[in-house]
Design a protein around this ligand. Sequence first.
Ligand code: NDP
Ligand code: OXD
Length: 307
Amino acid sequence: MALLIATPDRDSEELGRLIRRQDPEIDLRVWPELGRAEDIRFVLAWKPPEGLFRQLPALEVVSSLGAGVDQLVDNPQIPGHVAIGRLAGPRLAANMAAYLVAVVVARWKRLPDFAEDQRARRWNQWAPEQPPVIGLLGTGEMGRRTAAAFGELDFPVHGYSRSGRGPAGVTMHSGTRGLHELAGASDCLINLLPLTPETRDILDADLFSQMREGSTLINVGRGEHLVEADLLAALDRGRPGCAVLDVFREEPLPQDHPFWDHPKLFITPHCASITLTREAAELAVESYRRVMDGKPPLGVVDRERGY
Ligand code: NDP
Ligand code: OXD
Protein backbone atom coordinates (compact mmCIF):
# COMPACT_ATOMS: atom_id res chain seq x y z
CA MET A 1 0.00 0.00 0.00
CA ALA A 2 1.46 3.38 -1.01
CA LEU A 3 0.72 6.88 0.26
CA LEU A 4 0.70 9.67 -2.31
CA ILE A 5 1.15 13.34 -1.43
CA ALA A 6 -0.80 15.44 -3.95
CA THR A 7 -0.55 19.02 -2.70
CA PRO A 8 0.78 20.96 -5.72
CA ASP A 9 0.58 24.42 -4.14
CA ARG A 10 2.29 23.41 -0.87
CA ASP A 11 5.83 22.39 0.07
CA SER A 12 5.34 18.68 -0.67
CA GLU A 13 9.08 17.92 -0.44
CA GLU A 14 9.32 19.03 3.20
CA LEU A 15 6.10 17.18 4.07
CA GLY A 16 7.51 14.05 2.41
CA ARG A 17 10.80 14.40 4.29
CA LEU A 18 9.00 14.64 7.65
CA ILE A 19 6.72 11.68 6.88
CA ARG A 20 9.72 9.56 5.84
CA ARG A 21 11.58 10.55 9.00
CA GLN A 22 8.65 9.41 11.15
CA ASP A 23 8.05 6.18 9.34
CA PRO A 24 10.72 5.09 6.84
CA GLU A 25 8.66 1.95 6.09
CA ILE A 26 5.90 3.89 4.32
CA ASP A 27 5.97 3.51 0.55
CA LEU A 28 5.70 7.24 -0.09
CA ARG A 29 5.15 8.88 -3.46
CA VAL A 30 5.08 12.62 -4.14
CA TRP A 31 3.00 13.91 -7.06
CA PRO A 32 3.73 14.08 -10.00
CA GLU A 33 5.95 10.94 -9.52
CA LEU A 34 3.23 8.30 -9.06
CA GLY A 35 5.35 5.21 -9.71
CA ARG A 36 3.08 2.15 -10.06
CA ALA A 37 -0.35 3.83 -9.73
CA GLU A 38 -1.97 0.47 -8.74
CA ASP A 39 -0.10 0.58 -5.38
CA ILE A 40 -1.60 3.88 -4.25
CA ARG A 41 -4.41 3.43 -1.74
CA PHE A 42 -4.10 6.60 0.38
CA VAL A 43 -3.82 10.14 -0.99
CA LEU A 44 -3.02 13.20 1.07
CA ALA A 45 -4.55 16.02 -0.96
CA TRP A 46 -4.85 19.79 -1.10
CA LYS A 47 -6.11 21.32 -4.34
CA PRO A 48 -5.39 17.98 -6.06
CA PRO A 49 -4.47 18.05 -9.74
CA GLU A 50 -7.29 17.60 -12.25
CA GLY A 51 -7.69 13.98 -13.37
CA LEU A 52 -5.49 12.47 -10.63
CA PHE A 53 -8.05 10.23 -8.92
CA ARG A 54 -9.08 8.59 -12.21
CA GLN A 55 -5.54 7.21 -12.49
CA LEU A 56 -5.71 5.38 -9.11
CA PRO A 57 -7.64 2.08 -9.41
CA ALA A 58 -6.86 0.91 -5.82
CA LEU A 59 -7.75 4.18 -4.11
CA GLU A 60 -9.33 3.67 -0.64
CA VAL A 61 -8.83 6.94 1.24
CA VAL A 62 -8.35 10.60 0.39
CA SER A 63 -7.40 12.80 3.32
CA SER A 64 -7.51 16.58 3.16
CA LEU A 65 -4.24 18.14 4.27
CA GLY A 66 -6.29 20.76 6.14
CA ALA A 67 -9.65 21.05 7.92
CA GLY A 68 -11.85 21.83 4.92
CA VAL A 69 -13.07 18.94 2.75
CA ASP A 70 -15.31 20.85 0.31
CA GLN A 71 -12.82 20.41 -2.58
CA LEU A 72 -12.95 16.63 -2.02
CA VAL A 73 -16.60 15.96 -1.12
CA ASP A 74 -17.61 17.88 -4.26
CA ASN A 75 -15.09 16.05 -6.46
CA PRO A 76 -16.95 13.77 -8.91
CA GLN A 77 -13.70 11.90 -9.65
CA ILE A 78 -13.54 10.38 -6.16
CA PRO A 79 -15.65 7.18 -6.30
CA GLY A 80 -18.42 6.78 -3.69
CA HIS A 81 -16.71 3.87 -1.88
CA VAL A 82 -13.57 5.94 -1.14
CA ALA A 83 -13.41 7.29 2.44
CA ILE A 84 -12.65 10.98 2.88
CA GLY A 85 -10.76 12.17 5.96
CA ARG A 86 -9.11 15.39 7.11
CA LEU A 87 -6.28 16.65 9.28
CA ALA A 88 -7.64 19.18 11.77
CA GLY A 89 -5.12 19.06 14.60
CA PRO A 90 -4.86 21.01 17.85
CA ARG A 91 -2.26 23.44 16.47
CA LEU A 92 -4.47 24.31 13.48
CA ALA A 93 -7.38 24.99 15.84
CA ALA A 94 -5.21 27.00 18.27
CA ASN A 95 -3.86 29.13 15.41
CA MET A 96 -7.41 29.80 14.22
CA ALA A 97 -8.41 30.88 17.73
CA ALA A 98 -5.33 33.13 17.93
CA TYR A 99 -6.20 34.85 14.61
CA LEU A 100 -9.80 35.44 15.71
CA VAL A 101 -8.87 36.74 19.15
CA ALA A 102 -6.30 39.06 17.55
CA VAL A 103 -8.79 40.46 15.04
CA VAL A 104 -11.63 40.88 17.56
CA VAL A 105 -9.50 42.34 20.36
CA ALA A 106 -7.73 44.78 18.01
CA ARG A 107 -11.12 46.21 17.01
CA TRP A 108 -12.55 46.13 20.54
CA LYS A 109 -9.51 47.96 21.94
CA ARG A 110 -9.50 50.28 18.87
CA LEU A 111 -5.82 49.64 18.16
CA PRO A 112 -6.00 51.15 14.63
CA ASP A 113 -7.28 54.44 16.19
CA PHE A 114 -4.33 54.50 18.59
CA ALA A 115 -1.95 54.01 15.66
CA GLU A 116 -3.46 57.14 14.11
CA ASP A 117 -3.25 59.01 17.44
CA GLN A 118 0.42 58.11 17.68
CA ARG A 119 1.14 59.48 14.22
CA ALA A 120 -0.63 62.74 15.26
CA ARG A 121 1.20 62.82 18.69
CA ARG A 122 -2.25 62.78 20.35
CA TRP A 123 -2.70 61.47 23.94
CA ASN A 124 -6.23 60.10 23.81
CA GLN A 125 -6.71 57.75 26.78
CA TRP A 126 -9.64 55.35 26.27
CA ALA A 127 -10.62 51.80 27.19
CA PRO A 128 -13.80 49.82 26.47
CA GLU A 129 -16.18 48.97 29.33
CA GLN A 130 -17.88 45.79 28.07
CA PRO A 131 -16.43 42.91 26.06
CA PRO A 132 -18.17 42.18 22.74
CA VAL A 133 -20.60 39.27 22.49
CA ILE A 134 -19.11 36.62 20.20
CA GLY A 135 -21.36 34.59 17.88
CA LEU A 136 -19.78 31.47 16.40
CA LEU A 137 -21.36 29.87 13.33
CA GLY A 138 -20.02 26.33 13.72
CA THR A 139 -18.82 24.79 16.96
CA GLY A 140 -16.68 21.97 15.56
CA GLU A 141 -12.90 21.58 15.93
CA MET A 142 -12.17 25.22 15.06
CA GLY A 143 -15.24 26.66 16.79
CA ARG A 144 -14.66 24.79 20.06
CA ARG A 145 -11.08 25.99 20.39
CA THR A 146 -12.14 29.53 19.49
CA ALA A 147 -14.98 29.46 22.05
CA ALA A 148 -12.50 28.35 24.71
CA ALA A 149 -10.11 31.21 23.85
CA PHE A 150 -12.84 33.87 24.08
CA GLY A 151 -14.30 32.18 27.17
CA GLU A 152 -10.90 32.46 28.84
CA LEU A 153 -11.13 36.23 28.34
CA ASP A 154 -14.65 36.23 29.86
CA PHE A 155 -16.26 37.28 26.57
CA PRO A 156 -19.88 36.04 26.31
CA VAL A 157 -20.01 33.37 23.56
CA HIS A 158 -23.02 32.16 21.56
CA GLY A 159 -22.78 29.25 19.14
CA TYR A 160 -24.73 27.82 16.20
CA SER A 161 -24.57 24.21 15.04
CA ARG A 162 -26.69 21.75 13.10
CA SER A 163 -27.39 19.57 16.13
CA GLY A 164 -27.65 22.46 18.59
CA ARG A 165 -24.84 20.80 20.58
CA GLY A 166 -21.83 22.84 21.57
CA PRO A 167 -19.19 23.28 24.24
CA ALA A 168 -20.07 23.97 27.88
CA GLY A 169 -20.43 27.66 28.69
CA VAL A 170 -21.61 28.56 25.17
CA THR A 171 -25.25 29.61 24.60
CA MET A 172 -26.25 27.37 21.70
CA HIS A 173 -28.71 27.97 18.82
CA SER A 174 -29.82 25.93 15.82
CA GLY A 175 -32.24 26.10 12.88
CA THR A 176 -33.17 29.24 10.94
CA ARG A 177 -34.72 30.92 13.95
CA GLY A 178 -31.65 30.13 16.02
CA LEU A 179 -29.42 31.58 13.30
CA HIS A 180 -31.31 34.87 13.41
CA GLU A 181 -31.28 34.92 17.23
CA LEU A 182 -27.52 34.40 17.19
CA ALA A 183 -27.01 37.21 14.65
CA GLY A 184 -29.13 39.58 16.76
CA ALA A 185 -27.25 38.70 19.95
CA SER A 186 -23.70 39.10 18.56
CA ASP A 187 -21.34 42.05 18.36
CA CYS A 188 -18.91 39.88 16.35
CA LEU A 189 -20.38 37.18 14.14
CA ILE A 190 -17.72 34.65 13.11
CA ASN A 191 -18.29 32.10 10.36
CA LEU A 192 -16.54 28.78 11.01
CA LEU A 193 -18.94 26.51 9.13
CA PRO A 194 -17.85 23.91 6.59
CA LEU A 195 -18.98 24.55 3.01
CA THR A 196 -21.91 22.24 2.20
CA PRO A 197 -25.07 22.62 0.07
CA GLU A 198 -26.91 23.78 3.26
CA THR A 199 -24.33 26.41 4.27
CA ARG A 200 -23.49 27.84 0.82
CA ASP A 201 -24.62 31.52 0.64
CA ILE A 202 -25.62 31.49 4.34
CA LEU A 203 -24.05 34.95 4.87
CA ASP A 204 -26.73 36.81 2.94
CA ALA A 205 -29.01 39.88 3.12
CA ASP A 206 -31.53 38.01 5.27
CA LEU A 207 -28.88 37.26 7.91
CA PHE A 208 -27.30 40.74 7.72
CA SER A 209 -30.70 42.35 8.38
CA GLN A 210 -30.75 40.53 11.77
CA MET A 211 -27.28 41.74 12.79
CA ARG A 212 -26.67 44.53 15.30
CA GLU A 213 -25.91 47.98 13.96
CA GLY A 214 -22.15 48.55 13.91
CA SER A 215 -21.41 44.87 14.52
CA THR A 216 -18.54 42.97 12.87
CA LEU A 217 -18.78 40.03 10.48
CA ILE A 218 -15.75 37.73 10.22
CA ASN A 219 -15.61 35.08 7.51
CA VAL A 220 -12.92 32.44 7.91
CA GLY A 221 -15.05 29.56 6.56
CA ARG A 222 -15.16 29.62 2.77
CA GLY A 223 -15.76 32.38 0.21
CA GLU A 224 -18.85 30.58 -1.08
CA HIS A 225 -20.59 31.12 2.27
CA LEU A 226 -20.80 34.83 1.50
CA VAL A 227 -23.11 36.57 -0.96
CA GLU A 228 -20.70 39.35 -1.86
CA ALA A 229 -23.23 41.82 -3.34
CA ASP A 230 -25.43 41.42 -0.22
CA LEU A 231 -22.47 42.27 2.01
CA LEU A 232 -21.60 45.42 0.04
CA ALA A 233 -25.23 46.63 0.33
CA ALA A 234 -25.40 45.69 4.04
CA LEU A 235 -22.19 47.61 4.84
CA ASP A 236 -23.79 50.74 3.34
CA ARG A 237 -26.69 50.28 5.79
CA GLY A 238 -24.39 49.66 8.79
CA ARG A 239 -25.44 46.05 9.54
CA PRO A 240 -22.77 44.83 9.83
CA GLY A 241 -20.68 47.96 10.42
CA CYS A 242 -17.55 46.28 9.06
CA ALA A 243 -16.25 42.90 7.98
CA VAL A 244 -13.04 40.90 8.19
CA LEU A 245 -12.64 38.47 5.30
CA ASP A 246 -10.00 35.75 5.04
CA VAL A 247 -11.61 33.56 2.35
CA PHE A 248 -13.04 34.44 -1.06
CA ARG A 249 -15.01 32.91 -3.90
CA GLU A 250 -11.99 33.42 -6.12
CA GLU A 251 -8.52 33.13 -4.58
CA PRO A 252 -6.27 35.03 -4.97
CA LEU A 253 -8.82 37.86 -4.84
CA PRO A 254 -8.86 39.38 -8.37
CA GLN A 255 -7.02 42.70 -8.69
CA ASP A 256 -10.14 44.59 -9.77
CA HIS A 257 -12.37 43.26 -6.95
CA PRO A 258 -14.29 45.97 -5.04
CA PHE A 259 -13.32 44.42 -1.68
CA TRP A 260 -9.68 45.57 -1.98
CA ASP A 261 -10.26 49.25 -1.26
CA HIS A 262 -13.55 49.17 0.63
CA PRO A 263 -13.10 51.32 3.78
CA LYS A 264 -15.21 48.98 5.94
CA LEU A 265 -13.37 45.79 5.00
CA PHE A 266 -10.21 44.25 6.40
CA ILE A 267 -8.81 41.51 4.22
CA THR A 268 -6.29 38.72 4.88
CA PRO A 269 -5.16 36.20 2.20
CA HIS A 270 -6.62 32.88 3.47
CA CYS A 271 -4.10 32.59 6.27
CA ALA A 272 -6.27 32.61 9.42
CA SER A 273 -4.81 29.19 10.14
CA ILE A 274 -2.60 27.45 7.61
CA THR A 275 -1.77 23.76 7.98
CA LEU A 276 1.63 23.37 9.65
CA THR A 277 3.85 20.87 7.88
CA ARG A 278 5.11 19.26 11.10
CA GLU A 279 1.62 18.72 12.55
CA ALA A 280 0.32 17.54 9.16
CA ALA A 281 3.15 14.96 8.84
CA GLU A 282 2.41 13.53 12.29
CA LEU A 283 -1.33 13.32 11.67
CA ALA A 284 -0.89 11.92 8.15
CA VAL A 285 1.23 9.04 9.48
CA GLU A 286 -1.33 8.38 12.25
CA SER A 287 -4.18 8.41 9.73
CA TYR A 288 -2.31 6.14 7.31
CA ARG A 289 -1.53 3.65 10.09
CA ARG A 290 -5.19 3.61 11.13
CA VAL A 291 -6.19 2.72 7.57
CA MET A 292 -3.50 -0.01 7.47
CA ASP A 293 -5.14 -1.42 10.64
CA GLY A 294 -8.53 -1.51 8.92
CA LYS A 295 -9.88 1.60 10.70
CA PRO A 296 -11.36 4.76 9.15
CA PRO A 297 -8.91 7.64 8.51
CA LEU A 298 -8.58 10.50 10.98
CA GLY A 299 -11.44 13.01 10.76
CA VAL A 300 -13.54 10.73 8.57
CA VAL A 301 -16.26 12.69 6.80
CA ASP A 302 -19.92 11.81 6.33
CA ARG A 303 -20.02 12.22 2.54
CA GLU A 304 -23.82 12.49 2.53
CA ARG A 305 -23.75 15.38 5.06
CA GLY A 306 -20.73 16.99 3.39
CA TYR A 307 -18.55 17.47 6.47
P1 NDP B 1 -16.10 20.68 11.89
O1 NDP B 1 -16.58 19.72 10.87
O2 NDP B 1 -15.31 20.15 13.04
O3 NDP B 1 -17.34 21.49 12.51
C1 NDP B 1 -18.37 21.94 11.72
C2 NDP B 1 -19.41 22.68 12.58
O4 NDP B 1 -20.37 23.29 11.70
C3 NDP B 1 -20.18 21.76 13.52
O5 NDP B 1 -20.46 22.44 14.72
C4 NDP B 1 -21.47 21.49 12.74
O6 NDP B 1 -22.61 21.19 13.54
C5 NDP B 1 -21.67 22.85 12.08
N1 NDP B 1 -22.52 22.73 10.89
C6 NDP B 1 -22.31 22.03 9.75
N2 NDP B 1 -23.33 22.17 8.89
C7 NDP B 1 -24.23 22.97 9.50
C8 NDP B 1 -25.49 23.49 9.14
N3 NDP B 1 -26.08 23.19 7.96
N4 NDP B 1 -26.13 24.30 10.01
C9 NDP B 1 -25.59 24.59 11.21
N5 NDP B 1 -24.38 24.14 11.63
C10 NDP B 1 -23.71 23.34 10.78
O7 NDP B 1 -15.27 21.79 11.10
P2 NDP B 1 -14.00 22.61 11.61
O8 NDP B 1 -14.38 23.38 12.82
O9 NDP B 1 -12.78 21.77 11.68
O10 NDP B 1 -13.75 23.61 10.36
C11 NDP B 1 -14.76 24.46 9.88
C12 NDP B 1 -14.32 25.12 8.59
O11 NDP B 1 -13.36 26.14 8.85
C13 NDP B 1 -13.61 24.23 7.57
O12 NDP B 1 -14.53 23.44 6.86
C14 NDP B 1 -12.91 25.25 6.69
O13 NDP B 1 -13.79 25.64 5.66
C15 NDP B 1 -12.67 26.43 7.63
N6 NDP B 1 -11.24 26.61 7.92
C16 NDP B 1 -10.64 27.76 7.44
C17 NDP B 1 -9.32 28.01 7.69
C18 NDP B 1 -8.70 29.30 7.25
O14 NDP B 1 -7.48 29.46 7.35
N7 NDP B 1 -9.48 30.27 6.80
C19 NDP B 1 -8.48 27.04 8.43
C20 NDP B 1 -9.22 25.90 8.92
C21 NDP B 1 -10.54 25.70 8.66
P3 NDP B 1 -22.66 19.85 14.46
O15 NDP B 1 -21.70 20.13 15.61
O16 NDP B 1 -24.07 19.76 14.91
O17 NDP B 1 -22.21 18.72 13.58
C1 OXD C 1 -8.34 24.56 5.86
C2 OXD C 1 -7.93 25.86 5.33
O1 OXD C 1 -9.48 24.15 5.61
O2 OXD C 1 -6.72 26.18 5.35
O3 OXD C 1 -7.55 23.91 6.56
O4 OXD C 1 -8.78 26.62 4.86
